[in-house]
Structure formats: C-alpha cells, structure tokens
Design a protein around this ligand. Structure first.
Ligand code: HSE
Length: 429
C-alpha cells in the first residue's frame, strides 16, 4: 500500500539541506537595498525551489551611519574597501551594485582574479573594460554575470545570448534608459522637465549624475554591451554616435509634436555593409508605435533577425526591485565562466541617410538660406520659431548644418524620424 503524506513547505527545509551561498555586496543604494529586501522576501523560495540559503556576509557602503530601507545586520556594514575585500575572500559571490568606475573596477578585478563569481549591474564599468574583465574571468577561473546591466528587469542580454540559436541579428534597437523615457513621457503630458526628473530621482530610476541618462551616455554604455552580445565586438571598441536631449529636453518634445510624432531616446546597433554601427539619439516615432507606447520607466528591445517581425521584450527598465530581480536571476544561473562572444564585427561610423526634423529659434529665413534643398518651412504664431523636414541626410551632414545654424545664433535642434518600416538595418548606405 502506498501512503501519501502532505508536507508543509517549512517542514521541507528541515530535512532537505540547503546549500549555503555567502554573498559580499558592494553598494546599498536603491539597487543594493532592494536586493536585500528581495533576498529576505524570497528566502523560502530560494531554499525550496533553488536549494540555496543566501547569507550576506559583508556590505560595502559610503556611509555606515546612514539609515537604509533594508533588512540588514549593521555589523556587516563597512566603508573600508580593504576590509570589504578581506571579508569577500570568505564569500562565494560578490555582487557589485555600487555603480561608476571606481572602486567598482578594483572590486571586479579582485573578484575575478581570485577565481570567484562576480554579479554586477554596472553598465559603465562593463562598457569601459568588459572584455578585459571577461579575460580575467577566463584566465583565473572566475565567473562574470551582468545581465542586470541592461534593461533593468527586461532580460535583454539573456535574450541575445539564449534565444537566437547562435544566430546573428541584423540590428538591435530599443529604449534602454528608464529615466529618460519617464521624463519624456511626463513632459509630453505637460509636466516640466525639472518636476519629471525630480520624480524619476525620487523613484530611484536616475543615475547619481542624471545628465548621464538624458544625454545618452547611460544608454550608450548599454548599447555597447548589446553590440558585444549580438555582434561580438568588445564594448571598449564600440563607438556609439550619441545625440543628447540636453540642454533642453522640452524642445525635442515640441519638435515631435510639430511633426505629429512622439520623441523617444532610442539606442541602436546594426550591421551595415558588414560593419557595426551604433547610435543613441532622440528618435521621432509614430504615436501609435510600440516605442511611443513604452511608458514611464519602461524599456523595450527589438531584435531584428530578418524574420518578418522583430523579436521584442519590454518591461520595467529601471528601479530597485526590477534590477535587484535581474541580479538575483544572475545569482541563480548556473556558473558559466565568462560569456562567450562570437566573431567581432568591425565598428565604423554610420553613413546611412535618414529623414530629419530640424527646428530653430529665430527667423525662418535662416533655414531657407542654410539648409540645401530646404522644403516647406513652418513657423509658430509669432514667427520666433521655425522647423522643417530634411530628407536623405547623414548624421555628418546634419552636424554640419547644426554648426552653421548655431554660428548664426539660431539655437537649432535636430532629430531623426523613425523609418523602422524598413525593418531594421538591412539598408546599406
Ligand atoms: N538610470 C538608469 C535608467 C538605471 O534610468 O535606465 C537603470 O540602468
């Protein structure tokens, strides 16, 4: 006779021994403290579904006295990097959520060179030295995981690594900065840039220096990591053409409104005539497009494979909980050493020609005078602002126009119109 006994979940833990995993955590800001909260909340699931018991043995912070919204044994806090590394020598995994280049680089190098596992969300660090960290991991038997560095809770790198069957996409593009998307959406709905940015900061979305979000440096670091995963080019070698929304974000929202579109900060990397191009810019997208419908701090990635439609993923792209969840996913992934990347594509400047909207402050005659083949020029009611559409120009052509208009005091702005109906980057120059 077979008898069935129902076990309660807390009884399971008493007889199935969970494997202890000791974690040293660098950083206890929005992401680090969210990670501690998630670890506490998911302790039973980690034990029962994954068979691990995570203990945080040391936490590196800037200020040990600061109050933190995290379940924390304060005796584990240290502001001394050497003391942290000494404690990390007894940990199985180092999670780096401190951001920026230093001391993150030293922590990463120490971890990988001592053959340990590093889990990090630090896109700036990886864009600056990702391939040398991967080399260090390979040489010393360490493991490098960084899926949390791109897309917040959206598994962008995982999708590129796992879902393409070792295939190479034609192009990958999307919204990779939650703060900028949040600010653009709010300003479109009537908020001021300052208020929208304050809300993004309060929600824990923005970088410590939020100009990195709005001027595209944050998204540029992320698209370099995407290009590494998609095309094998080391992130250090990816040259990203970057067009900033600063100094006046609201002017791009207004330019988009003039042409009946929405503006989104879009990052793209693509193979054009066999060479890699990468860019981050304000893109004027159709109001009914999926990019325009990506709201608040959402991120969205589109992988153009040559199939009839791109492979897409979207979700929360910034904030403590989604990023902490991505770090936890990395922690739970089996040890794999360093990521394997395909053959490197050479990087070149983007010579493709696009359609642009060009706006100025001042007399419309400047557009007629300085823009070759200038089409219809529109003005506002008192003719203090003007805009036009410019067809078939490369980024370099537009930059030359911007320089000429700036020299005349016209305070120009330019943004490319999305032409995604062409299906990614198959169009060579
Ligand atoms: N500041 C970043 C963003 C955080 O807004 O996307 C997530 O990388």
């Amino acid at each position: 006779m077979t008898s069935v006994v129902e076990l309660k979940s807390d009884e399971i833990g008493t007889w199935s021994a969970a494997r202890p995993v000791r974690v040293a955590l660098a950083g206890c800001g929005a992401v680090g403290s969210a990670l501690l909260r998630e670890l506490a909340a998911r302790r039973p699931a980690l034990r029962e579904r994954h068979g691990i018991e995570v203990t945080v043995t040391s936490v590196l912070v800037r200020d040990v006295a600061r109050e933190r919204r995290a379940p924390l044994d304060r005796t584990r806090l240290t502001a001394d990097l050497d003391a942290f590394l000494a404690a990390a020598a007894h940990a199985d995994v180092v999670i780096e959520a401190i951001g920026g280049l230093e001391p993150a680089r030293r922590i990463a190098e120490w971890t990988l060179r001592s053959g340990r596992e590093l889990v990090t969300a630090n896109k700036e660090l990886l864009a600056a030295c990702g391939s040398s960290l991967a080399d260090a991991a390979r040489r010393h038997g360490g493991t490098l995981r960084y899926d949390a560095a791109v897309g917040g809770g959206v598994p962008v790198l995982r999708m590129l690594d796992d879902a393409l069957g070792a295939g190479t996409p034609r192009a990958v593009r999307g919204i990779l900065n939650g703060t900028t998307n949040f600010v653009l959406g709010r300003v479109e709905r009537g908020a001021t840039v300052d208020d929208a940015l304050r809300d993004a900061r309060d929600a824990g979305f923005a970088e410590a220096d939020a100009s990195r979000d709005l001027d595209g440096r944050d998204a540029a670091a992320k698209i370099a990591l995407v290009a590494w995963a998609a095309f094998g080019t080391a992130p250090e070698a990816v040259e990203v053409e970057r067009r900033s929304l600063l100094p006046d974000v609201a002017r791009y929202v207004e330019l988009a409104r003039c042409v009946g579109r929405s503006v989104r900060q879009v990052a793209e990397c693509a193979l054009v005539d066999g060479e890699l191009v990468a860019r981050v810019e304000p893109l004027l997208v159709a109001r009914d497009s999926a990019l325009a419908h990506t709201r608040d701090e959402g991120n969205r990635i589109e992988v153009h494979t040559g199939w009839s439609a791109p492979l897409c993923a979207s979700g929360p792209g910034a904030g403590g909980a989604p990023t902490a969840t991505a770090l936890l996913s990395d922690l739970l992934s089996p040890r794999v050493g360093a990521p394997q990347r395909g053959r490197a594509s050479r990087c070149s400047s983007d010579r493709r020609r696009f359609r642009w909207a060009l706006g100025i402050r001042g007399a419309p005659v400047l557009l007629h005078r300085l823009v070759p083949a200038c089409g219809l020029v529109h003005t506002n009611a008192d003719a203090t602002e003007a805009w036009t559409l410019v067809d078939d120009e490369s980024s370099a052509d537009i930059d030359r126009l911007l320089v000429a208009l700036t020299a005349e005091g016209a305070e120009p702005v330019a943004a490319r119109l999305d032409d995604d109906e062409r299906g990614g980057a198959e169009q060579g120059s």
